[in-house]
Design a protein. Structure first.
Length: 390
């Protein structure tokens, strides 16, 4: 590695702008825009779920292509190109409607998947060099920055959802510029094709699928749930700010468990706490309860991919890491694509509380799978993050 290449936590902080843009702005901010888009475009909740599913379908395509792109062009180039495409697709969403809008949502999903995987591979290598899981958890915590920025800016624009998408595009462009050098020219060199090593990780993969199918419903429909209960703009802003702050605090809470707890114990604990956080808001729509739910949810949901990424680091060799992470992201994308559409169908026939119950139930099921299932023996030549053990 060159002496000028970024390393450790400092590198992860700048890489975290990738998850801020690709996840916090491009995926999760849609939940904030949903009430205004639903009214203006006369959508049903199933229509709203379809737009989220289009983003998930693009994410699935990006996950399928990511390992090949990284292998051919390198993780640094893939990360930068994905960031630029994410910013462009968000800005374009402001100018279109109908099927072109769905296409923009799909493009932002595809670009976001490439950013997520390429940045995750780079962060995992940084964690291996630093002998610490902190760079991985910091990288995923960047999502909270995007959620907080969106949570402040978007509700203040009220029903003007097109300017809001443009604002998000500008924010993602600024994140692209700021994170440009974080990947490092030699962070992950191009090389021979690795193989996806899923056999040791079948139980975590199934838990990840259930998580993906469930978690997205909460964040997609939370604002609609609050709007239906006549929540003020100030309450929506505060709720999303608290949710985003919880995400940024996650490394403090979960870095040590992700690194030190054996097997899937950290993953199961995260999923159980997440399910409980989603269930809280079903008990009462009173602002203090909603804020507590958002805080618990925010502090745990991005810990799940961090825990899965750490398991990949413990069970695969360096050459197989990108392919394995891409395969697990594909599993995740399948659940994330189907989840909001199915939850939207249920909500149309019941209420906006149904997607939140959907999240709670599926995350609880995922916790059971992760707790009962145990990873098989790791590959014979892994390069694990110190402290992460099978």
């Amino acid at each position: 590695m060159s002496p000028t290449a970024p390393t450790g936590v400092g590198q992860a902080v700048r890489l975290a702008l990738g998850t801020a843009a690709a996840l916090g702005m491009a995926r999760f901010a849609y939940g904030l825009l949903l009430p205004a888009m639903r009214d203006d475009l006369r959508w049903t909740l199933a229509d709203a779920g379809t737009a989220s599913a289009a983003n998930g379908l693009g994410y699935l395509l990006g996950a399928l292509l990511a390992a090949r792109v990284i292998r051919r062009f390198g993780a640094a180039t893939a990360f930068r190109a994905g960031m630029a495409l994410t910013a462009g697709s968000l800005a374009a969403t402001a100018a279109v409607g109908g099927h072109p809008l769905l296409a923009c949502r799909a493009l932002s999903g595809a670009a976001g998947a490439v950013v997520f995987i390429a940045g995750g591979v780079i962060a995992t290598h940084a964690a291996t060099r630093a002998a610490s899981a902190v760079p991985v958890t910091v990288y995923f915590a960047g999502t909270g920055l995007g959620i907080m920025a969106s949570g402040v800016a978007v509700p203040l624009l009220g029903a003007h959802w097109r300017p809001a998408w443009l604002v998000l595009g500008v924010g993602a462009a600024l994140a692209t510029v700021a994170s440009w050098t974080a990947a490092g020219a030699d962070a992950v060199r191009r090389g021979p094709a690795g193989r996806a090593r899923l056999r040791p990780l079948l139980a975590p993969a199934l838990a990840y699928l259930l998580f993906a199918t469930g978690y997205i419903a909460y964040i997609t429909f939370l604002s609609a749930y609050l709007t239906d209960r006549h929540a003020s703009v100030a309450q929506v802003v505060l709720t999303w700010t608290v949710l985003g702050a919880g995400v940024t605090a996650a490394p403090v809470l979960w870095s040590r468990p992700v690194a030190d707890w054996p097997g899937t114990r950290a993953l199961a604990t995260l999923l159980a706490v997440l399910g409980g956080g989603a269930a809280l808001v079903l008990m009462s729509s009173a602002p203090p309860v909603v804020l507590l739910s958002a805080l618990v949810y925010g502090a745990t949901f991005m810990g799940v991919p961090a825990a899965v990424t750490a398991l990949v680091g413990a069970h695969t060799s360096t050459v197989d890491r990108a392919a394995t992470l891409a395969a697990l992201t594909t599993v995740f994308a399948v659940g994330q694509t189907a989840g909001p559409w199915l939850a939207g169908l249920v909500a149309d026939r019941t209420s906006t509380a149904a997607p939140l119950a959907w999240t709670a139930l599926l995350c609880a099921a995922a916790a059971v799978v992760a707790l009962v299932g145990r990873p098989a023996a790791p590959d014979p030549h892994p390069s694990p993050i110190q402290g992460v053990r099978p």
